[in-house]
Unconditional design. Structure first.
Length: 223
């Protein structure tokens, strides 16, 4: 079980190393420097023995327990794992809204018991098939709350990264995303979203490998 939990963290570490090397800082803006610094720091943090994925059942090894449907649709477990692992699967979300303009998601609330800065990542995939269109928007997102059971949101959902799933049948990485909690935050909610923008069809997407790593070093030592 321990190895299964750690596998997505290792994947995030690899992507962070790539981000640190390739961050486009040809123009030395503050945002660019911050991105590179965050990536380098995340490599340090994740490379330490303290790195731990704080998302329960973020790899969907056997079910979607702990995650809740939010909107018109279905949330079921799928054996189509993001890494092709035979011992794991993914969350399969379907948006059954009768017309366009409606979002359906699934979510998990995680009380903040340690740290105030989070590095988030996840994967999503849209399978090709009848009724599927990449004009619909599928992506992971997060939101902070001022209570521990995620009933009072602070602002709207924020995407893990730019864009949506852009190609059929290909697992797409979202993040790493550095999310700094507002002072009043007591919980973070992780989400998978499908926004139905095409009137016909029933959009479906798969989500897997939700990782959240928290470490107080982000704020106390470097920001
Ligand atoms: Ca999985």
């Amino acid at each position: 079980m321990r190895l299964i939990i750690q596998r997505p963290v290792r994947g995030l570490l690899s992507r962070l190393k790539d981000a640190a090397r390739t961050a486009p800082c040809s123009q030395p803006t503050a945002g660019c420097r911050g991105l590179r610094r965050a990536a380098l720091l995340a490599v340090f943090v994740l490379g330490s023995a303290q790195a731990q994925n704080l998302v329960p059942n973020g790899a969907f090894d056997s079910d979607t327990s702990g995650w809740q449907l939010d909107g018109a649709g279905q949330l079921v477990w799928s054996p189509m794992d993001a890494n092709g692992a035979p011992g794991s699967g993914a969350a399969q979300l379907t948006n059954t809204s009768p017309s366009s303009g409606f979002g359906t998601g699934f979510k998990r609330c995680i009380p903040m018991t340690s740290g105030t800065a989070w590095i988030l990542s996840a994967k999503a995939m849209v399978p090709s098939g009848v009724g599927q269109s990449l004009l619909n928007e599928s992506r992971p997102a997060y939101r902070f709350y001022s209570d521990t059971n995620c009933s009072t949101p602070i602002g709207g959902p924020i995407d893990f990264g730019p864009g949506n799933v852009a190609q059929f049948d290909l697992w797409q990485n979202f993040g790493p995303r550095l999310a700094v909690a507002p002072p009043q935050a007591q919980a973070i909610e992780l989400r998978g979203l499908i926004s139905k923008l095409v009137a016909s069809g029933t959009p479906m997407a798969l989500f897997d490998d939700y990782v959240a790593v928290s470490d107080t070093a982000f704020l106390n030592g470097f920001e």
